[in-house]
Ligand binder design. Structure first.
Ligand SMILES: [Ca+2]
Length: 286
């Protein structure tokens, strides 16, 4: 998404929320949250997963060069709280993913996220890797980064990401430094057959601790990248620098806000798809 669209969406949101606030640069640094609500904070560099992220080795103005992407990737959520995650509903994606509050989950509540990987290129060697990573955003700082992990823990909401609604496998925990990144690796033997079990089609995010200071203070980033066998996340930048034929990484991200209580829902199908899981259970609300 281009920055202009992002800013426009923010202005629209702010205009609605603040009753005609004049939007300028750093508009939401001026805005405080309602009573008892986390504040809006300011737009940060972490709101757009662009050129600042050295891991991906690409620039913001090259986003639309689909020719060189290895695949397209979408991360979708029920951002309009109607019990359906729809790829066709603008209210379930786009700017709503990237603008605070993002997806609101209650403490103990699970919400289903859908991951869509669409292969573009088959002529590659090595591996295609889907990576999911979680980070807290410091909305008191333009960079979005914290000075330390302890400061991040003390300032942001906490989420976990699970493989399924039964919480069988913990994939990510924003408060555990060992569980901030998860990779699914498919080598050229199986990609892009879209085999079930190779890449996740869905995961569940759980609210653990409320976003105390700012809404949209947790970011879930999903990428799909191509690399040679033996290359790791740590050596990826060096690999990209020497690779003769390397494909561009695609990404999508979602902002999250954790609240004490679940967001009110207006289900259009009685939550039949189990998009939302009641706190303390592994099933949909009764
Ligand atoms: Ca929806």
């Amino acid at each position: 998404m281009k920055r202009t669209n992002f800013t426009s969406a923010l202005c629209l949101f702010l205009a609605l929320a603040a009753g005609g606030w004049i939007c300028g640069e750093n508009a939401f640094s001026q805005t405080d949250g309602a009573e008892g609500e986390p504040a809006f904070g300011q737009e940060t560099e972490m709101d757009l997963p662009g050129s600042f992220h050295h891991y991906y080795g690409q620039r913001v103005n090259q986003w639309r060069d689909t020719e060189r992407y290895v695949a397209k990737l979408d991360l979708d959520a029920d951002l309009n709280y109607d019990g359906v995650v729809s790829n066709d509903d603008p209210a379930d994606g786009g700017a709503f993913e990237h603008t605070p509050p993002g997806l609101i989950v209650g403490v103990g509540e699970l919400s289903k996220l859908i991951i869509r990987v669409r292969p573009y290129r088959l002529d590659y060697r090595g591996e295609v890797v889907v990576t999911m990573e979680v980070a807290g955003i410091n909305r008191a700082s333009r960079s979005g980064e914290f000075e330390s992990f302890d400061q991040e823990l003390a300032s942001t909401g906490q989420i976990r990401v699970w493989s399924d609604a039964q919480r069988s496998k913990l994939l990510l925990d924003s408060a555990d430094p060992e569980l901030r990144t998860h990779e699914w690796v498919a080598d050229m033997q199986v990609y892009p057959a879209n085999l079930p079990g190779v890449f996740p089609r869905l995961v569940y995010v759980e609210g653990m601790a409320p976003s105390a200071l700012y809404s949209g203070d947790v970011r879930l980033l999903v990428t799909v990248s191509q690399r040679e066998k033996g290359v790791t996340r740590e050596t990826y930048a060096e690999y990209r620098a020497r690779a003769v034929k390397a494909f561009r990484t695609s990404f999508d991200h979602l902002l999250l806000t954790v609240k004490d209580q679940p967001q009110e829902k207006l289900y259009i199908n009685n939550n039949a798809e189990g998009v939302w899981i009641t706190p303390g259970t592994s099933g949909p609300p009764k």
